[in-house]
Design a protein around this ligand. Structure first.
Ligand SMILES: *Cc1c(COP(=O)(O)O)cnc(C)c1O
Length: 224
């Protein structure tokens, strides 16, 4: 049941924050709804969750039709340029920008509706070729370019660690993302400092908090 799951997730987040010396209010929980139906999302809203994450554009559109702006929608999956128009109309934050072409299209679609679209750059910190995301070395160039667009605001970085039983195995990838953000800030690449780090899922969110995550994307632990 969502209520029990959610209270246990919240408790685990609070404990991890305590251990890491982090203020729990500074960590945003995004409930990943890709396996959840409308009634489960409504229940999550009643339980005080506000931020919902979807990884497919079509599902985002469908769920938005029912739930609307009662939720803050996050787009977290691979985004094709022909779906950008739909996603920009709905998403408060797009976590998965991984090419210049995509950033450009988001800028164009956001400009059309007078929106400044907040985005994160997805970084492939593991080098696995099955994962989406830019190579860390390419991230700086992409951020430099995207930050110059009028209707896109780059807020930070996102990554996914490779799937593993042992959450400790995710730590180097999360650390790499944080170090990359710090490097970008120290180089002064953007006029505004990047802050957001979107990292940590059901299997590894406690480790992500220890490594400085600001945004957790948790699905199975809530909607199982
Ligand atoms: C599914 C998904 C999640 C959530 O994964 P869980 O293991 O269910 O917590 C997080 N981020 C992305 C990009 C996803 O596709």
């Amino acid at each position: 049941m969502t209520a029990d799951n959610l209270s246990s997730v919240r408790e685990r987040i609070a404990n991890a924050c305590l251990k890491a010396g982090v203020n729990p209010d500074s960590v945003l929980l995004v409930a990943v709804t890709k396996e959840a139906g409308i009634s489960q999302i409504e229940e999550a809203l009643r339980l005080g969750l506000k931020d919902m994450g979807e990884n497919r554009a079509q599902d985002l559109v469908t769920k938005y039709r029912y739930i609307g702006d009662k939720a803050n929608w996050h787009f977290i999956g691979h985004l094709q340029t022909n779906k950008v128009r739909d996603v920009v109309r709905i998403a408060s934050l797009i976590h998965s920008v991984d090419s210049l072409k995509l950033a450009k299209e988001i800028d164009a679609q956001a400009a059309k509706i007078g929106k400044i679209q907040k985005v994160l750059i997805q970084v492939n910190t593991s080098g696995e070729n099955t994962k989406f995301g830019v190579h860390p070395d390419e991230a700086i160039g992409l951020i430099k370019e995207a930050s110059s667009y009028g209707s896109v605001e780059v807020e930070g970085l996102m990554t996914m660690a490779p799937e593993a039983e042992d959450p400790e195995l995710a730590r180097p990838y999360f650390r790499r993302l944080r170090e990359l953000r710090d490097k970008i800030n120290s180089l002064g690449i953007t006029c505004k400092m990047l802050h957001a780090l979107s990292m940590g899922m059901t299997n590894d969110f406690e480790v992500a908090i220890e490594e400085g995550s600001d945004i957790l994307r948790i699905g199975r632990a809530i909607f199982k």
